[in-house]
Design a protein around this ligand. Structure first.
Ligand code: SF4
Length: 479
C-alpha cells in the first residue's frame, strides 16, 4: 500500500497511519512518499492544509475520498487524517475495530487524564467517540478500570519502587511467544551460570535500593517461567531475594508459576515459606487440542492438578487465558473461560492473541491473523461472564499486531488486585529489573521516564555481564 502525503504529515504521523493500515490490512507492506514517484501507483493520498484535510483511497475497483474540518493544531490534523483513513478502510474492507483509531498501549491513562481535567464520564465517552471513533463499551471499560485501580495509584508515594526479576527459561516455546524464553531442554546447562550472575546483579540492585533510600512496594518474579527452576534453584533464588531486599516490609510478592507442568507441591511450599503471596498458573486454554497446537507441553488435567495443589496453600491465584489461539473456536474459548471461572481463582487475565515478529507463529503465518475467529465475541463474552461472576477489570493494556486490535485485561475479585500490574502499566514509580530481558524504568516525572535494558538472551546476559553491571552504575546516576 503506497501512501502519498506531505513531508510534514509524514514526519508527524506516518506511524499512526501505518498502524491503522496494518489493523485493516495485516501483512500489507506500507510505503510512504512525499512526492509522486514516477512509476509507483499511489493508493492513499493525504491532502489539504490549514483547517481542512482530505484522504483518498484508490485500490483496484475501489475509489473514495473523504474530507473534514480539522482544527489548526498538528494533533487535530493527525486525529482527522486517522479518522478519515479508518473510515475509508472500513468502507473498503467491511471490517471495524472497537477501539477506533486509538492505538496507544495505555488507553486508561488517557481516560484518567481527561478525568483529571474535570470531564465527566459522559463527556469522556463523547470525546473519545468523536476524536478516535472508540466504541462506548471500550471507553466504559477504561473508565471502570481507572476506577478500580485508583486507590492503589493514590497510595503511591515518592521514593516507592518495585523489583522485577526475570527467569527467561521455559520448558518449551509457545508458538505465539515473543519473550526471550529459551527452552530449558536446550539451555538447561546455562541455568546455574545464569543464576550466579543474577544473584550478583540482585546484590548490586539491593545495595542501590538502600543507598538511594527507596521503598520496595512490590516484587514480581516473571519470565519465562520461574518455576522451571528445580526446587533447589528456586529455594536459592528465594534466599537471595530475602537476603538482599527488605522483603518483610514489601507489600506484595508475586511469582509467575506460568506453565502448570513446572509446578509441584515442593516448589509451592518453597514459595509459600519464602513469603510469596501471589502466583500465576496460566492454562491459556482448557482445550488439549489447542494447547498441543500452540506448543504448550501441558494438558488441562495438569493445570487442574497444579491449581488444586496451589489451593492447599494460601496463595492469591491468577489464571491467564488467551482469546484467538490457533484452533480455538468461540465455543471452546467460552468453555475454557467458564471452567476457569468455576474454579474461582481470585484473578483471571484475558489476553488477546498478539502476533509478534520473534514468534514462531509470525514466521509461519507472515502476520496473517486468522480472520475467521470471532475474537471480539470471545472478549465480550469474557467481560460479561466475569462481571456476572464478581470480577472487576483493574488493569488493561494494548499491544501492536493484536487480533482485531483488541486489549488485554486483568480482572480481580474483591481486593485481590495485583499492585505490580497496575504500577507497571501506569508507569507510576521506578521499576528496577534484574535478569536477561529485564528493563529498568526510572520514573523521574510523568514526562521523564528513562529505560535501561539488560541483554535479552540468557547467553548474552551471561557473556556480557560486566556491561550489565556497568549499566547498573548508569542507573545509579539516574536515581
Ligand atoms: S510460557 Fe510464556 S514465556 Fe514461556 S514460551 Fe510460553 S509464552 Fe513464552
Amino acid at each position: 500500500m503506497n501512501v502519498l502525503a506531505s513531508r510534514q504529515d509524514l514526519d508527524l504521523f506516518h506511524y499512526e497511519m501505518e498502524c491503522i493500515i496494518r489493523m485493516f490490512l495485516p501483512g500489507e507492506q506500507v510505503r510512504f512518499f512525499d512526492q509522486q514517484p514516477e512509476e509507483e501507483p499511489i493508493h492513499i493520498r493525504v491532502t489539504g492544509e490549514g483547517g481542512r484535510c482530505a484522504v483518498t483511497l484508490e485500490t483496484g475497483d475501489f475509489s473514495q475520498c473523504l474530507e473534514e474540518d480539522c482544527g489548526g493544531s498538528d494533533k487535530d490534523r493527525e486525529r482527522a487524517v486517522c479518522r478519515l483513513l479508518f473510515r475509508l478502510l472500513q468502507s473498503r474492507t467491511g471490517k471495524t475495530f472497537a477501539w477506533g483509531t486509538l492505538t496507544g498501549v495505555r488507553p486508561v491513562k488517557l481516560v484518567r487524564r481527561l478525568r483529571e481535567q474535570g470531564m465527566g464520564e459522559a463527556e469522556i465517552e463523547e470525546r473519545l467517540g468523536r476524536d478516535y471513533l472508540t466504541s462506548p463499551e471500550k471507553v466504559r471499560l477504561c473508565l471502570n478500570t481507572d476506577q478500580n485501580q485508583r486507590d492503589i495509584l493514590d497510595s503511591a508515594a515518592p521514593g516507592d519502587c518495585s523489583l522485577y526479576v526475570s527467569i527467561p527459561f521455559c520448558p518449551s516455546r509457545c508458538s505465539y511467544c515473543s519473550f526471550v524464553s529459551h527452552s530449558v531442554e536446550k539451555s538447561r546447562a546455562l541455568v546455574p551460570e545464569y543464576l550466579e550472575k543474577l544473584y550478583e546483579e540482585l546484590a548490586v540492585t539491593g545495595e542501590l535500593l538502600r543507598e538511594k533510600g527507596l521503598r520496595l512496594r512490590t516484587v514480581y518474579v516473571g519470565g519465562g517461567t520461574p518455576t522451571v527452576l528445580d526446587a533447589g534453584q528456586l529455594r536459592g533464588l528465594m534466599d537471595v531475594l530475602r537476603a538482599r531486599f527488605p522483603m518483610d516490609a514489601c507489600q506484595e510478592f508475586t511469582v509467575e508459576a506460568g506453565r502448570p507442568d513446572t509446578i509441584d507441591r515442593e516448589k509451592l511450599e518453597i514459595l509459600a515459606n519464602a513469603g510469596v503471596e501471589r502466583i500465576s498458573i496460566n492454562t491459556q486454554s482448557m482445550s488439549n487440542a489447542v494447547l498441543r497446537a500452540v506448543g504448550r507441553n501441558h494438558t488441562k488435567d495438569q493445570f487442574l492438578r497444579a491449581f488444586m495443589t496451589a489451593k492447599e496453600f494460601d496463595f492469591t491465584v491468577n489464571v491467564d487465558l488467551i482469546a484467538g489461539l490457533e484452533g480455538e473456536t468461540a465455543d471452546s474459548f467460552c468453555t475454557s473461560l467458564d471452567q476457569v471461572v468455576a474454579l474461582g481463582p481470585q484473578n483471571i487475565t484475558v489476553h488477546t492473541l498478539t502476533l509478534k515478529r520473534a514468534s514462531t507463529l509470525y514466521g509461519e503465518k507472515n502476520l496473517q491473523l486468522p480472520g475467521d475467529i470471532p475474537v471480539g465475541d470471545m472478549v465480550d463474552y469474557a467481560h460479561r461472564t466475569l462481571a456476572a461472576a464478581g470480577y472487576a477489570p483493574y488493569y488493561l493494556y494494548r499491544q501492536k499486531n493484536t487480533v482485531d486490535s483488541l486489549e488485554n485485561v486483568g480482572y480481580a475479585k474483591g481486593d485481590s488486585r495485583c499492585a505490580y500490574n497496575i504500577f507497571i502499566m501506569d508507569e507510576t514509580h521506578t521499576i528496577l529489573s534484574a535478569g536477561g530481558g529485564g528493563v529498568s524504568k526510572i520514573v523521574r516525572g510523568e514526562q521523564d521516564i528513562r529505560r535501561i535494558f539488560n541483554y535479552k538472551y540468557p547467553y548474552e546476559y551471561v557473556q556480557r555481564f560486566p556491561q550489565v553491571l556497568a549499566r547498573k552504575q548508569a542507573l545509579r546516576e539516574l536515581l
